[in-house]
Design a binder for this molecule. Structure first.
Ligand SMILES: [Ca+2]
Ligand SMILES: [Ca+2]
Ligand SMILES: [Ca+2]
Length: 268
């Protein structure tokens, strides 16, 4: 091979490598993200439409991270899901959120939802049910306007798995001893990859440790992500992110969210 031919080959390789790097920078997708701090991301309440007309979201102060989203009404009857726009094709990736409580009932995430009764429910339980639960919408779990016990989806009912999360001491009554005053935030993380779903749950800022729950299941491959809650009043969420595994960190580099975003990337 002549020198100039070698040079051309090298240049072509370099061009391909550069293109690949450029593509890698944009193919990773942040499907949804909200920190409720400004007009960047999915912070507008118009993006947060609950399937239960009785549920009312409000942007308010969240412990330790500025503004968050408060679920302001209480009761089994206002339980339900808020589907996140842009996540309809979610299959493999990470779903993460920070949660805080002024009530004893559960936050949750619905994922890979392709119909009202097709998809997974992951429950981040608090004081009433201090556990992580994974269940199928197909079994009637997470039905709008119902508590989990009303659909038989906790404590030995239709759940696929229920495991104590160990975030705080359990009292003699079997209930958790979380502060229930919005003073402590917890982070929930779900990793969905093919037939594997892993769930982490820990106090925010502390080590994530091992997954609380790991399941292998092939029932649902793709569908929408949503934030679910069960019978809460004045419980809050913040830093909600849904992304593919290869999502780039260089989204809104000048924005404050990029900081928490980088932290999320390095943590998971
Ligand atoms: Ca915030
Ligand atoms: Ca409950
Ligand atoms: Ca409640």
């Amino acid at each position: 091979m002549h020198k100039h031919q070698l040079f051309i080959v090298l240049m072509v390789c370099l061009a391909i490598a550069t293109m690949n790097m450029a593509i890698a920078g944009v193919t990773g997708t942040v499907l949804f993200r909200a920190d409720f701090e400004n007009d960047k991301g999915d912070n507008d309440l118009a993006k947060w439409v609950p399937d239960n007309k009785g549920q009312i979201w409000k942007v308010e102060d969240f412990p330790g991270s500025g503004k968050g989203l408060n679920q302001t009404v209480e009761g089994c009857g206002i339980s339900g899901n808020t589907p996140l726009p842009g996540t309809e094709e979610f299959s493999d990736g990470i779903i993460q959120l920070d949660m805080s409580w002024k009530d004893d009932d559960s936050w949750g995430v619905i994922l890979r939802q392709s119909a009202a009764d097709k998809g997974y429910l992951v429950v981040f339980g608090y004081n009433e049910t201090p556990a992580v639960i994974v269940a199928l919408l197909d079994e009637g779990c997470a039905e709008t306007g119902k508590c989990l016990d009303q659909t038989g989806c906790e404590n030995g009912g239709k759940e696929m798995v229920q495991k104590e999360h160990g975030l705080f001491k359990i009292g003699d009554d079997g209930k958790g001893t979380g502060t229930q005053d919005l003073s402590v935030a917890y982070t929930g993380v779900i990793e969905a990859k093919g037939d594997s779903i892993k769930v982490w749950y820990h106090e925010r800022g502390k080590a994530k440790g091992d997954p609380v729950v790991e399941i292998t299941d092939t029932t649902h491959k793709k569908g929408q992500v949503g934030v679910w809650h069960e019978s809460q009043g004045n419980c809050m969420i913040d830093n909600v992110v849904v992304r593919t595994f290869d999502a780039d960190t260089a989204v809104d580099a000048e924005d404050k969210l990029a900081t928490s975003w980088a932290a999320i990337r390095s943590a998971y």
